[in-house]
Design a protein around this ligand. Sequence first.
Ligand SMILES: Nc1ncnc2c1ncn2[C@@H]1O[C@H](COP(=O)(O)OP(=O)(O)OP(=O)(O)O)[C@@H](O)[C@H]1O
Ligand SMILES: [Mg+2]
Length: 326
Amino acid sequence: MAEPLLAIRDLRTYFISKNTEVRAVDGIDIDVQKGQILCVVGESGSGKSMTSLSIMRLVPKPRGKIVSGEIVLDGQDLLKLTEQQMTGVRGNDISMIFQEPMTALNPVLSIGDQITEVILRHRKITKKEALHRAVEMLKFVGVPRAEQIVREYPHQLSGGLRQRVMIAMAMVCEPKLLLADEPTTALDVTIQAQVLELMRKMRDEFGTSIILITHDLGVVAEMADHVVVMYAGQVVESVNADELFEQPLHPYTKALLQSIPSIDADHEVLYSIPGTVPDAASFPAGCRFAERCPLAQPSCFEKAQALREVRPGHLVRCDLVEEGGV
Ligand SMILES: Nc1ncnc2c1ncn2[C@@H]1O[C@H](COP(=O)(O)OP(=O)(O)OP(=O)(O)O)[C@@H](O)[C@H]1O
Ligand SMILES: [Mg+2]
């Protein structure tokens, strides 16, 4: 396979205080290919957001710290860049969109001013040219009356429009990688479908690679080329999307897929996985899912499991899964 656009190697991001060490991200490896949409799924607290904030090097300070690993974008390890070099990467090579657009938009700047600000930070063009580019981008993401909207302020726009403006702002420098952390959770279904469609259009048009974090397996089924399942700060399964739905191998992934509400009348109750994610300040020594796993053997509680390739391109962190994947 071609060189990945992004290669994360043994990334560890911890929250360190006097008496505790919360291992939010605990040794993950993820590859993202050019033009690929990679979905990251997993229960609340599994380390999804901290993974994407680590890529941006925006882990909450002072306690949050990337303690080791590599995040290689196009051959360059982002963890080795100075803060100033990193400022040149954010918004230019990598952009991020959030669940709540107001976190990305500045309430006291007009839409035009904030989009041109991003462009002028990274490109040597005139203000007039930047404004022209901003209007073009707003049109591309389907914002009506773009010439007027650039003069308006975030609070004057509907939630759906704000989402589009945020996406326009993230895409205006044509980043190689877009990070989207639950971008549609707060939106109604029609707007959610439009935003997903828009992200696909970005990928098709610009070849953008996208890491899409979501709780929603329906979104995964619709969007993902590749899926990474996270549990307790680790990757427990990594495989292309078709194979994930056809042949999930990790007991946790199987449980997640079972929790999709089914339209069958005899399956009305949403299956939920019994128990809770272990405390990230004191992970058990063995398999982190063993406590909740219906298949757990005594050995699972003793021995930490390694991520293994059991079929070509299909990685699983469970010793019970045999070579070939059964
Ligand atoms: N500011 C913080 N201080 C201490 N611990 C934190 C902080 N932010 C997150 N954590 C811990 O890091 C771990 C991973 O959190 P993260 O936000 O990445 O989870 P997530 O998978 O994004 O969950 P969700 O689906 O709820 O968004 C959790 O155990 C969480 O409690
Ligand atoms: Mg999160």
